[in-house]
Design a protein around this ligand. Structure first.
Ligand SMILES: CC(C)(COP(=O)(O)OP(=O)(O)OC[C@H]1O[C@@H](n2cnc3c(N)ncnc32)[C@H](O)[C@@H]1OP(=O)(O)O)[C@@H](O)C(=O)NCCC(=O)NCCS
Length: 276
């Protein structure tokens, strides 16, 4: 049991009352995370463990860059096993540890469950919905803009009117998880039949878990049939450059002051050779 001073250990506190409900731990070493938790019996069955474990799992994959997260429990501890399954973890093995004192059921050994980064990304992507925005959603987009704006690499936040225009002039999507706005993505077909992708911007809390890739793939699927698909990004935007490069986009040209903000931009193009 952790003492609470180790890295990756969190106290779980009930928001309304400030009560200490239990703890979750998810230290990550060399890309391997190990999830543990324990809650006071009075607080079992309220979903607290699921909520807390989900939060530290997201932190391990998104912030700490874990490649996998494992957890173990006694084979007979069905409640704990169900929690691991709810988190998307998969049974990996049964093992027999040398415990000094036998507990009822310990003769059945322990089970280990694992969730890989790829499976986590797929789980997140599966829960995404793409909801078509209308100009009446400008305020919601403006709030998102304030979270994702980056004056140099992406752009300053658009104000309310600019948001309404952006929605009106594109096929504009809100990317949602359980109703929460996690990203935007838009495209338009030009008169010459080519497609322009824009507004792919992921809420900082949801980055590095496959949302940007899912959004770009969704737009590419919509723009299928367009012989040319292009977009504009900042050459120092390492995340965007890597994402689009991995989807088959290549830099076509560079302009030192493309949007008039004094920053360089590159035009990246994907020609009709299928999507990876
Ligand atoms: C660029 C952006 C959309 C990526 O979204 P994301 O959801 O974090 O990306 P994903 O998790 O889908 O990652 C897809 C790939 O992008 C690349 N990538 C994402 N973040 C990265 C980072 N910080 N550094 C390097 N590569 C990164 C990786 O190749 C990654 O694949 P991998 O996870 O298999 O290594 C996101 O960082 C963002 O919204 N940035 C601010 C707005 C912006 O700049 N938009 C692009 C404008 S053109």
């Amino acid at each position: 049991m952790p003492r609470g001073e180790e890295p990756g250990v969190w106290a779980v506190i009930e928001r309304q009352t400030g009560r200490f409900l239990g703890w979750v731990a998810l230290p990550v070493e060399a890309g391997a995370g190990r999830l543990g938790y324990r809650f006071f019996r009075a607080f079992w069955g309220h979903g607290y463990a699921t909520e807390a474990a989900r939060a530290v799992m997201a932190d391990a994959f998104e912030r700490l860059g874990a490649a996998s997260v494992a957890a173990d429990t006694m084979t007979v501890n069905l409640a704990s096993r169900r929690l691991m399954e709810r988190l998307g973890m998969r049974y990996a093995r049964t093992f027999f540890a040398d415990f000094p004192e036998a507990l009822p059921g310990s003769e059945k050994g322990d089970v280990e469950y694992v969730l890989t980064r790829e499976a986590w990304q797929a789980l997140r992507a599966e829960r995404l919905s793409f909801v078509r925005a209308t100009p009446a959603d400008a305020a919601r987009l403006a709030a998102h803009e304030r979270r994702v704006a980056d004056p140099r690499l992406y752009g300053p936040p658009l104000d309310h009117d600019a948001c309404a225009r952006e929605i009106a002039h594109n096929v504009f999507y809100f990317v949602e998880v359980d109703g929460a706005l996690v990203a935007t993505a838009a495209w338009k077909r030009r008169e010459d039949g080519s497609a322009y992708l824009s507004n792919i911007a992921v809420h900082p809390d949801f980055r590095r878990c496959g949302v940007g890739r899912a959004a770009a793939l969704f737009l590419l699927a919509e723009a299928k049939g367009c012989a040319r698909v292009d977009l504009v990004t900042h050459p120092d935007n390492a995340a965007a450059m890597a994402l689009y490069g991995s989807l088959g986009f290549a830099v076509e040209s560079r302009k030192e002051d493309h949007f008039g903000d004094g920053e360089p931009r590159v035009v990246m193009v994907k020609c009709d050779r299928g999507v990876t």
